[in-house]
Design a protein around this ligand. Sequence first.
Ligand SMILES: C[S@@+](CC[C@H](N)C(=O)[O-])C[C@H]1O[C@@H](n2cnc3c(N)ncnc32)[C@H](O)[C@@H]1O
Length: 361
Amino acid sequence: MTSGIIDHRAKKLRRQLADRLEADGAVTSPAWGTAFAEVPRHVFVPVFYKQSPTDQRAVDLSSPDEWLDGVYRDELLVIRPDARSSSTVPGLMATMLEALAVEDGHKVLEIGTGSGYNAALLSHRLGDSKVVTMDIDPELVADATARLDAINYHPTLGVGDGLAGWPARALYDRLIATCAPDKVPKAWLEQIRPGGRIVTPIATGIAVLDVTGPREASGHFLPGAAYFMPLRAGQRPPDVGAMIDAVKRSTESGRETSTSPDVWFDGDFSFLRAAAVPGVRFLAKLDNGTAVFTHPDGSWASVADSVVVQSGPRHLWNLVEGAHRTWLELGCPKRDRFLLTVDGPQQQISLAGSDQEWELP
Ligand SMILES: C[S@@+](CC[C@H](N)C(=O)[O-])C[C@H]1O[C@@H](n2cnc3c(N)ncnc32)[C@H](O)[C@@H]1O
């Protein structure tokens, strides 16, 4: 396929994607509709990695139809072979960008440059002098810079830990994060002007927060689920193989549980679970069907056939069971019934119309 044919086909697919985002209600304003119809996602995703259990391979220009069709589907695309970065689902990006409620002249900080596609959309909407984007991974930032340059966008790009924000260009009117912090970092609150807004994943939901002071903000969660990668701090990911070996070798005795490991994957429960039991992760399902959960402190729990085995300083499954009981007692509330309040060092998720709240760690 020549580059002319690729551009022509990409333009058509992009238009279809923008129409789809509008039809789905993810895009609600003409400005973002135009941005999705005009900014070429394929420039930012020259290769993506299929990672299903049956299909693990790179898809790129060598199979042009599959590549372009994949790039312009409303799907998440893994952009690094080690899965440490991805291009977010366009529908979710659009929902977050709409919730950001930018106005002409606003200055925006994005945490998590990744492919650079979101930075390009922001540059299209606001002008690149108003956009600052940063990622912890220098290689990603170098690639994103080159791709943005190639289509003539020159936002400010930085390498660093997003927890610290990007003070050099503060104050910002808006902050959008595409990796998930455990709680709203102090630096973000300090770098957004009072009256500004933060849109960030937290606890598998998207928080839309209005900033009222350097240490104060409050807001709500959007209805949809959002499973973003956690903000990382330069550390290597856990050694899954070593942990699974530890679980298999364990001689700890188990107890019965009436909570199925499947509750972990209930999309609505996952929000309260992440708020109430932060840090716990699903690690893997073993060949014999055992589900394994871990915590950064080294605790783990394995659950199979109504028996749970737990090891380490925290009894992880007791915590998940407790959160699930609470969620059932509360009538299985969905994400958009929860609020987030930041008051100095305290950050709480609460359930509207109840006295239930969960302190973020
Ligand atoms: C879902 S991807 C971002 C998608 C991106 N916005 C795009 O348009 O392609 C999340 C990104 O967050 C980055 N990230 C993770 N931890 C970070 C941190 N502590 N500070 C800054 N970026 C971080 C990852 O390297 C990854 O590229």
